[in-house]
Design a protein around this ligand. Sequence first.
Ligand code: GUN
Length: 299
Amino acid sequence: MSATIIDGKAIGQAVNMDTQLEVAELMKQGVQPGLAVVLIGEDPASQVYVNMKDKKCRELGIYSDKRVLPRDATMERVLALIDELNHDPRVHGILVQSPPPPQIDEERVIAAIDPAKDVDCFHELNVGKLLIGKTDGFRPCTPAGVLEILARSGVDPAGRHAVIIGRSNIVGKPLAAMLMQKARGANATVTVVHSGTPDPARYTRDADILIAALGKPEFIKGEMIKPGAVVIDVGINRIPDPSRPSGTRLVGDVEFESAREVASMITPVPGGVGPLTIAMLMRNTVAACRRALAGGARC
Ligand code: GUN
């Protein structure tokens, strides 16, 4: 069997088109959704991600407020900026690019973000709401992108065994919470495999839906996958490749060539989950704007 390759770019574009229409609708009511993206330091990968977010905002008609602080910025400076953005009526969503430099206490920064503007869903209030199934918070962008891919690919997780490899706060843990909810597009039996799990293959081989989010290049091989499983690869890893002019290439957490022979559907890297992460961020920003409008705030 050779798996159907899921086109994350096309799915992301479809989501973005819906968002663009919603932005146009809000503009007719005299309000423009706005997103502030904060970058502390000069990490090259973070610079790329922040610029992609800024560009996508502009494409969709969302106001973008990109703030770059120097690598040696103090906690006081970062917290003062968050306070400013919390009170800025043009800004409905705030995102602080992770990871920040070592002198910055990321937990304190996230806790300082107004939960109503926490479009990343990193604030503990929103993470708690997600866990108990309340829908008036936000859905974190990458896990929401995974669920969107499943839904738009006709894969219903209800009653299926979903195995997540990785327990990060950004992907693994929230995704487990989302997939186990008694809700449409979820209701799965969820197993989380992590670095403390002896013999991960024992669990991955039983997965109807296998989601790799551990950050290890090509960790999941075809032989670890149940025939016919749906494989979602969240990993983005740059590895050496002397055959390329750049000397490197991007791979996921799944060994694509062996996995595609076993799976029924698989996301590629790049062009799988990646485009959905930003699409979900844009969607969350529009949702935050709508809520601010409904709550009587000036936008
Ligand atoms: N760094 C890697 N992924 C993310 C994300 O989803 N949000 C933020 N703020 N930083 C990240």
